[in-house]
Structure formats: structure tokens, C-alpha cells
Design a protein around this ligand. Structure first.
Ligand code: COA
Ligand code: MG
Length: 296
């Protein structure tokens, strides 16, 4: 499964920003048809997004995804119908209530892929898993027959605040996310790992604060997230760097793997005076999976 470190949102109705996105180091662009687009520009955005997709069929360096409107609005199906001729790598689904929404989208994609002559199942899904109150109570539904198109989950604190009636998502003393939002983060991470999908870190809204972004990337990475959503072109490079394994990490991971390979049949080995067991081997292999894709 291909992983993306940086996922840059680009408003789908801005020729200037689309052009800027294409020159950006982001591993993926998310062409936005939802919140970045005003209602009176929806049709323009759909056409511009489809044209951009068609004009950029080579996705080897940068994938092109599209965020459609939520399924419970009349905009979502026309969004999909408009962009599928451009064969996006994936669809970003906002404001989900449960895994049933993902499966509904998956069915629509099967129909549209067939119409467009695309490989069945080739369009992936990233869902923004925590934007409704219901979503926090339905994470268990992902464990039960969710579409294999779902390859990544991310979370959001802004719409969730509105959904929960919160005037802020931050704790007044620490400035960190308050408890409901930390729960959302934890559930997103846990669920993604449980179904072998990529857990993608939340957008960092203060886009001028690149140091703060870098610190949050490191925190996300320590928790288990891979990659992060970006909203400004300057954020992609910081995110790419933070999620690329360092030389030290790679050396260590290789030594851990070698220690197990040199002792076949052993579940526990010693390295530098420390005990290593299966979780360490799994972590080392996770890291090497990142290296395989991004170098290190
Ligand atoms: N993608 C591509 N290009 C972008 C961009 C983006 N997300 N955000 C800014 N740019 C471009 C600007 O057009 C500008 O280019 P120019 O100098 O050629 O005009 C350059 O990058 C510098 O932008 P800057 O002046 O620093 O920011 P801004 O005030 O123009 O824009 C935002 C700030 C937040 C409006 C803008 O970053 C944006 O639109 N972000 C995406 C919003 C979005 O999609 N939200 C939905 C998901 S939460
Ligand atoms: Mg809108």
C-alpha cells in the first residue's frame, strides 16, 4: 500500500493554487470541493478539478485526491460524477457518521469506475473520521466489513467542536487539545491501525508557525501517525522531513531485524544490553516500510 507523508489541501476552484500545488513537494494533493469552495462556485470547481486531474495523469511523484461534499448533502453525487473521468487516486470523505458511509461511497465508486472504464476498486478512500458527534460512538463499525478501498483515516477538531457544542477545542491552561478531541485522535489512530489503514495526523491550522508544526509532527509520529494534512504550501516540506526516517533510526531498525534473523526461533533477543521482543521487531519492520517508500 502506498503511503503519503504530506497531503496538501488545494481549493478546487483556484487556478493559481492548483498550479502552485503541482510544483509543491506534497506527496498528495487534496483538491477540495467542500469547505474551501463557496456554493455559487461549486460547478466551476467541479470542472476545474476534473480538468486538472485529466491534465495530470502521471501520479508517480504526487497523487491527486478529491474531497467531495458530505454524503448527506445533494452535492456529493454530482461531485463524484464530475471528477471520476479524471481518475483521482482517491476520494476524501468528510463528516462521516460510521463505516456505513464509507461503504456507500465504495458502491458509488464501483459504478462510476465501471462507467469510466477504470480498474474496479482502484479508487481509494481517506475518511475524515471524527467530524460528527455520532462518529465518536461508531468506530467499532470499521472493524466489521469496511470496504478495502479505505486505506487512510484522519481526524478533525474544528467541525467536531461545532458538533459537540464546544466554543473551543483547546484546553484553556495548556493550549493542547481538550479531552473530547484527544479521544477523537486516539480513536482515529487505534481504528486505523486495527484495520491496517494509514493514520494521518490532523491539520495544523496556524500555518505561519512552522516550528509548531514540526513539533506536532514529531508528537504525531511518536504516537503512531504517518503523515499529516497540510493547508499551506510551506507546510509540506516540514511534514515530509518529519515523517522521513532518520539515518540513526534506520541503522537501529536494521540491527533489530538482524538480531532476530541471527537467532531464528527465538522470540526474545538481547541488543546493546536491552531485551527485544516481537513488538520491537514489528516497529523495526514498520520503519523499514517507510524507508522503502521515502528513503531515509
Ligand atoms: N495550495 C496551493 N497554493 C496555495 C495554498 C494551497 N493550499 N495556500 C496558499 N497558496 C499560495 C497562494 O496563492 C500564494 O501564491 P501567490 O503568491 O502565487 O499568490 C502563496 O501560496 C502564498 O500564500 P499566502 O499568501 O501565504 O497565503 P494566503 O493568505 O494566500 O492563503 C489560505 C491562506 C489559508 C487561504 C490558503 O493557504 C488556503 O487556501 N489553504 C487551503 C484551504 C483549504 O483548502 N481548506 C480546506 C481544508 S481544511
Ligand atoms: Mg461549500
Amino acid at each position: 500500500m502506498r503511503l503519503n507523508r504530506s497531503w496538501l489541501f488545494v481549493p478546487g476552484d483556484s487556478e493559481r493554487k492548483l498550479a502552485k500545488g503541482q510544483d509543491n513537494p506534497a506527496d498528495a494533493l487534496i483538491l477540495d470541493l467542500e469547505d474551501a469552495v463557496s456554493d455559487d462556485r461549486q460547478e466551476i470547481a467541479r470542472e476545474m478539478t476534473r480538468d486538472f486531474l485529466k491534465a495530470h495523469p502521471d501520479r508517480s511523484r504526487q497523487e491527486l485526491w478529491v474531497r467531495i461534499n458530505p454524503l448527506d448533502t445533494p452535492l456529493s453525487l454530482p461531485d463524484l460524477v464530475a471528477v471520476m473521468p479524471g481518475a483521482p487516486n482517491g476520494i476524501v470523505l468528510p463528516k462521516v457518521y460510521s463505516a456505513a458511509d464509507v461503504n456507500t461511497l465504495a458502491t458509488m465508486l464501483s459504478a462510476l469506475e465501471t462507467r469510466e472504464g477504470l480498474e474496479l476498486g482502484s479508487t481509494r478512500i481517506l475518511c475524515v473520521a471524527t467530524e460528527t458527534a455520532q462518529s465518536l460512538l461508531t468506530f467499532h463499525t470499521y472493524l466489521d466489513n469496511v470496504s478495502e478501498r479505505l486505506t487512510a483515516l484522519t481526524w478533525g477538531g474544528e467541525d467536531l467542536a461545532a458538533a459537540l457544542g464546544a466554543s473551543t477545542n483547546r484546553h484553556p491552561d495548556t493550549g493542547d487539545y481538550d479531552t473530547p478531541f484527544q479521544l477523537a485522535k486516539t480513536l482515529c489512530l487505534t481504528t486505523a491501525r486495527a484495520i491496517d489503514a494509514q493514520p494521518v495526523g490532523v491539520v495544523y491550522v496556524d500555518f505561519r508557525d512552522l516550528e509548531g508544526l514540526e513539533a506536532e509532527c514529531r508528537r504525531d509520529r511518536r504516537s503512531g501517525f504517518i503523515g499529516k494534512i497540510a493547508i499551506h504550501p510551506a507546510q509540506s516540506e516540514v511534514i515530509n522531513r518529519a515523517f522521513t526516517p532518520t539515518e540513526e533510526e534506520v541503522t537501529h531498525a536494521k540491527r533489530v531485524i538482524a538480531a532476530f534473523e541471527d537467532n531464528p526461533g527465538l522470540g526474545t533477543v538481547g541488543l546493546d544490553g536491552k531485551m527485544l521482543d516481537m513488538p520491537h521487531l514489528k516497529q523495526a519492520r514498520n520503519l523499514m516500510a517507510l524507508v522503502a517508500q521515502f528513503g531515509g
